[in-house]
Design a protein around this ligand. Structure first.
Ligand code: HBI
Ligand code: FE
Length: 290
């Protein structure tokens, strides 16, 4: 798979047929461990009262902490005892079919590299901080853990059916950028938000984006942008409700969305359950480039 990403230090590491590599934990430098600690402390502060209860609660159980880059094998032993999931180290984005095969077998491919200092605040590719701080806490939740495995199995099928673009939107707007309605208010569960200080605040508190109730077919028609904050966040009521909505034959869902027009990322439609209608001020001002 061709990516425009910079080469990281695992680029030439020998990889297995399933694209896994040796994390080579001993080879992280003191500066890299320190970078993890600083990222971790900052993000722990910002996600207080903003991350969903399941994520906050799992952090402690998983013993995630600002004491150096985690050893994936040892972290996996703790995670596996909770939900049967393990992390496997990879060098970069792996091809879709490899990615889905791992998920379908309760293995989460986690980037072994940590972002360079120059990209401390933002990078597009998934590094170890995004993959562990963002994804692992939710994988410790039994319902979400089942959802992720189902996604992996669904991905394999979507590829055969030529509907991967629709399914990838589901992953994007839930696993990466999902919000959840909790008793005390909206909270974050998407890993792309949880691992980003600016987007954690933006997604919950900014007037710019739309926040719309989760609707599977509507979401599968919605385009997204990968290099800036989202223009629309979809809100689930619970992980049970998310899993429930996805326990159906996606063949039928694809048949329905196949001929329907794509929806622009910023659009609000008449049938939407609107929680916040966005002002779009951030995007009108040019977004990240503005
Ligand atoms: N590989 N390592 C890694 N991490 C991802 O999140 C990832 C991937 N390969 C493909 C992929 N994600 C997505 O394109 C699929 O969800 C569609
Ligand atoms: Fe991710």
């Amino acid at each position: 798979m061709d990516t425009a990403f910079a080469k990281n230090r695992y680029h030439d590491a020998p990889r297995a047929a399933d694209f896994t590599i040796d994390q080579a934990w001993d080879t992280y430098s003191a500066a890299e461990h320190d970078r993890w600690d600083r990222l971790f402390r900052r993000q722990s502060e910002i996600t207080k009262g903003r991350a969903c209860a399941a994520a906050l609660e799992a952090m402690g159980r998983l013993e995630l902490s600002p004491s150096g880059i985690p050893h994936m094998g040892r972290l996996s032993d703790r995670l596996e005892a909770m939900t049967g999931w393990r992390l496997v180290p990879v060098a970069e984005l792996v091809p879709d079919e490899i990615f889905f095969n791992h998920l379908a077998n309760r293995r989460f491919p986690a980037g072994a590299f940590i972002r360079p200092e120059a990209e401390f605040d933002y990078l597009q590719e998934p590094d170890i901080f995004h993959d562990i701080f963002g994804h692992v806490p939710l994988l410790a939740n039994p319902v979400f853990a089942d959802f992720m495995q189902a996604y992996g199995k669904g991905g394999q099928r979507a590829m055969r059916l030529g509907q991967l673009h629709n399914l990838a939107r589901l992953y994007w707007y839930t696993v990466e950028f999902g919000l959840i309605q909790e008793a005390d208010g909206l909270r974050v569960y998407g890993a792309g938000i949880l691992s980003s200080p600016d987007e954690t605040v933006f997604a919950l508190e900014d007037a710019s984006p739309n926040r719309i109730g989760f609707d599977l077919k509507r979401l599968m028609r919605t385009k997204y942008i990968i290099d800036d904050f989202q223009q629309t966040y979809f809100v689930i009521d619970s992980f049970e409700a998310l899993l429930e909505a996805c326990y159906q034959d996606f063949g039928n869902v694809y048949a329905e969305v196949k001929d329907a027009a794509d929806i622009e990322a910023q659009d609000v439609l008449p049938g939407d359950r609107v929680i916040t209608r966005g002002s779009h001020a951030y995007f009108d001002a040019g977004g990240r480039k503005g």
